[in-house]
Design a binder for this molecule. Structure first.
Ligand code: C5P
Length: 314
């Protein structure tokens, strides 16, 4: 970028605000392997994007600023450590443009909840700034920048249902018959640190206090090809659940309350503490959510469906 390119840059891209909506993710299968030399765990996971959204709006500005509203306001640092700011800077550096934007984040996805909210916001920022700045990168280029920001970020560009390997950043879509699955999301008070949950899993495994790691995701992938939620319920699995329960024993009551309310399956989402429940249909999800929301086993509960697309301009 050279100063005389500035006018050109202003002519490219969007003059008005760019609004991007991005979903939360859950993991239908989360198989955690051994720690790699780089400190990450080898994963085999099936990601699933659900209809619980954050929204990022990008406007032209003379510097880079971030404001927010909703979940986590006052708790989430809005400085250079924020994944939104890091994503904007990473895109600007890659594309060779100034990182000038006024960003506003409207959060609905809980912080540190196991729903990849921070990663979702990073993905939304890449899509919003790419449009605002007119840099028009390919999906592959955006995915490569996304992988540098966090293991879940490439999936949140993508959305839908997808297989994740490596440390989670290598994503390939799962071809399944178009079926909508109905879930209930139960958010907890307070978050769990993802690295802490991974460390707890390593500790439990070293002490032989953890069940055998999940095998291949084949039965889950086969279940997705059928339309029976009972079959899907039996195939869900999360190696991190035991570690999340160890750090937050009260989640056992949340999981049990979902089953008592009639859910077909109850699982911890990712590294937790959010729990998700599979319902038979939309009405069933609404009833389970109402029952959990009026109980004391979670902070809030709401229905959601999936799969939905990843970060998109709306
Ligand atoms: O990739 P991301 O920055 O989202 O990961 C956050 C942390 O979670 C990592 O620093 C690491 O401690 C842990 N992690 C891991 N193995 C993975 C993904 C994440 O140990 N595959």
């Amino acid at each position: 970028w050279r100063p005389d390119d500035d006018d050109d840059q202003q002519r490219r891209g969007a003059a008005g605000p760019v609004k991007v909506r991005v979903p939360a993710k859950i993991n239908l299968h989360l198989g955690v392997g051994p720690v790699r030399p780089d400190g990450y765990h080898e994963l085999t996971t099936v990601y699933h994007a659900i209809s619980s959204y954050d929204e990022l709006t990008a406007r032209r500005g003379d510097t880079l600023t971030l404001t927010m509203a909703g979940e986590g306001t006052g708790e989430l640092a809005l400085d250079e450590s924020n994944l939104v700011i890091r994503a904007a800077r990473a895109l600007a550096a890659y594309a060779g443009v100034p990182a000038h934007a006024r960003l506003h984040l409207r959060k609905q996805i809980p912080l540190a909840g196991g729903l990849a909210g921070g990663s979702a916001d990073a993905a939304a920022t890449l899509v919003a700034c790419d449009t605002l700045w007119g840099t028009n990168l390919s999906r592959e280029e955006l995915a490569a920048i996304a992988a540098g920001l966090g293991s879940d970020v490439p999936f949140l560009l993508h959305g839908g249902t997808a297989l994740g390997t490596g440390r989670g950043e290598a994503v390939s879509p799962v071809l399944a018959r178009p079926t909508t699955w109905h879930w209930v999301v139960a958010a907890a008070d307070g978050g769990l640190s993802t690295p802490a949950v991974y460390r707890e899993l390593d500790r439990l495994r070293a002490e032989r206090d953890a069940p055998a790691p999940l095998g291949s995701p084949d039965s889950l992938l086969a279940a997705l090809r059928q339309r029976d939620p009972k079959v899907l319920a039996a195939a869900l699995g999360n190696d991190m659940q035991i570690a999340a329960l160890s750090l937050r024993p009260s989640l056992a009551a949340t999981l049990a309350a979902g089953e008592a309310a009639g859910a077909l399956a109850s699982i911890v989402s990712g590294s937790g503490p959010t729990c998700v429940f599979l319902a038979a249909d939309e009405g069933h999800a609404g009833r389970i959510a109402a029952e959990l929301a009026s109980s004391s086993v979670c902070r809030t509960a709401y229905p959601a469906y999936g799969p939905v697309p990843g970060a998109r301009v709306v």
